[in-house]
Every structure is written in structure tokens, then in C-alpha cells.
Design a binder for this molecule. Structure first.
Ligand code: MG
Length: 217
């Protein structure tokens, strides 16, 4: 999928899709995990991205696909080993997204000590909304994040409750990966994750970002 730089209009080819696990204490608790001492990072393939009007497609391999509403940062400039105080300079914009997760496959993988790539990486498992320039977001840690399923609120969180804030995540990830324009960072989900069914209408809001409305095929 191509992404549009919210300031320049430049078309960016999506690169890495970095995702953070257990970045809200209440979500870590609902998954029976302790709060991590450093970011829990995993990757999704860029082929998992999907935007409306295309739907989320439930894979035959899973009987339990969960929604995880997340704030997503778009990297706008190449960086490596960036300091926390400079890290947000490399973020071009923000959107809302969903880290769709085959919870049954993830549970099996955890039990076996296997990677999460399959549980997290199916086609359409990374719904993504439209980006707003980072210049228009005074503080990415002051946003209310809500997910509704068929009009019912299932997740309601605040980015102030992230364990590692966006700047820390960008800086930390840049010590491992060279970050490039078009890379995405899904910053973790608040509590309230749960299963979706065929036919569900998912709506993620995080004002002033545009809402993401996507259905489950
Ligand atoms: Mg997640």
C-alpha cells in the first residue's frame, strides 16, 4: 500500500510495520502479563495493511480474531539511534489503526515459544486510517482512543497511559532498525480487546484524527 505524506503529499511506499505489544498496563493485565521493562516489538508485513472500503477478512486458520485499536505514527525521515528529545521530529503524521490479532493462534505460539508473525500478519490484519500532519497534533500523549463495534464502545483509552510514549518508542526502535520514510509504528492497545465476527462494523476514533470505519467481511 502507498501512503501519502500529510505535509508534502509525497507518495511513500509502506516499509516496515513496527508494532508494540503490552504498551498499556491495563491491557497487559487483561492478557495476564506484567508491565514490560522495555518495549515489546514485533513486525507485520506491509501486505497486512488495508483501508476502507476494503474489509477485514477473517482467516480460516483462526476461530478468534480480536480487535486492538491503536495510535499509529508514520515515519517521515530516515533515522537511526535518534535521541528521545528529537524522535518526534521524524514522525510525519498520525492515524488510527487496528492491530487485528488471531488470539487463538497467538496463544498457541506463546505456549510453544514461537513467533507471533502468523497470528498478527494475515492479509487485512492492519487496518489503517488517514494521516494528519504531526504538526497538527500538539501532544500525541493527550489523545482519547475509542473503538466501537456495531455502535457499542469496547475499548476506551488515553494515550497518556502508554507505558512507553511515542518519542521513546521511535527512539528505542531506531536503535535496532534504521527507520525510513513510509515505516509505520502501531503503538499498542488499551484494554478491552475482544473478538470480532463476520458482518461487524468497526469504528476507531481518536479526535482530531479522522475516524477509521471498516467492516469485517
Ligand atoms: Mg497491538
Amino acid at each position: 500500500m502507498n501512503l501519502i505524506h500529510p505535509d508534502t503529499g509525497e507518495v511513500l511506499r509502506c516499509g516496515k510495520v513496527l508494532c508494540i505489544g503490552r504498551n498499556y498496563a491495563k491491557h497487559a493485565a487483561e492478557m495476564n502479563h506484567s508491565v514490560p521493562s522495555e518495549p515489546v516489538v514485533f513486525l507485520k508485513p506491509s501486505t497486512a495493511l488495508v483501508s476502507p472500503p476494503d474489509p477485514v477478512v477473517l482467516p480460516a486458520l483462526s476461530d478468534s480474531v480480536h480487535h486492538e485499536a491503536e495510535l499509529v505514527a508514520l515515519i517521515g525521515q530516515r533515522c537511526r539511534n535518534v535521541a528521545i528529545v528529537r524522535a518526534l521530529d521524524y514522525v510525519a503524521g498520525y492515524a488510527v489503526g487496528l492491530d487485528m490479532t488471531a488470539r487463538d493462534l497467538q496463544a498457541t505460539a506463546k505456549k510453544r515459544g514461537h513467533p507471533w508473525s502468523v497470528a498478527k500478519g494475515f492479509d487485512t490484519f492492519a487496518p489503517l486510517g488517514s494521516f494528519v500532519s504531526s504538526g497538527a497534533i500538539a501532544d500525541p500523549q493527550n489523545l482519547m482512543l475509542r473503538l466501537e463495534v456495531n455502535g457499542d464502545t469496547r475499548q476506551l483509552g488515553h494515550t497518556a497511559n502508554m507505558i512507553f510514549d511515542v518519542a521513546t518508542l521511535v527512539a528505542w526502535c531506531s536503535t535496532v532498525f534504521t527507520l525510513e520514510p513510509g515505516d509505520l509504528l502501531y503503538t499498542g492497545t488499551p484494554d478491552g480487546v475482544g473478538p470480532v465476527d463476520s458482518g461487524d462494523a468497526l469504528r476507531v476514533t481518536c479526535a482530531p484524527l479522522p475516524a477509521l470505519e471498516i467492516r469485517v467481511a
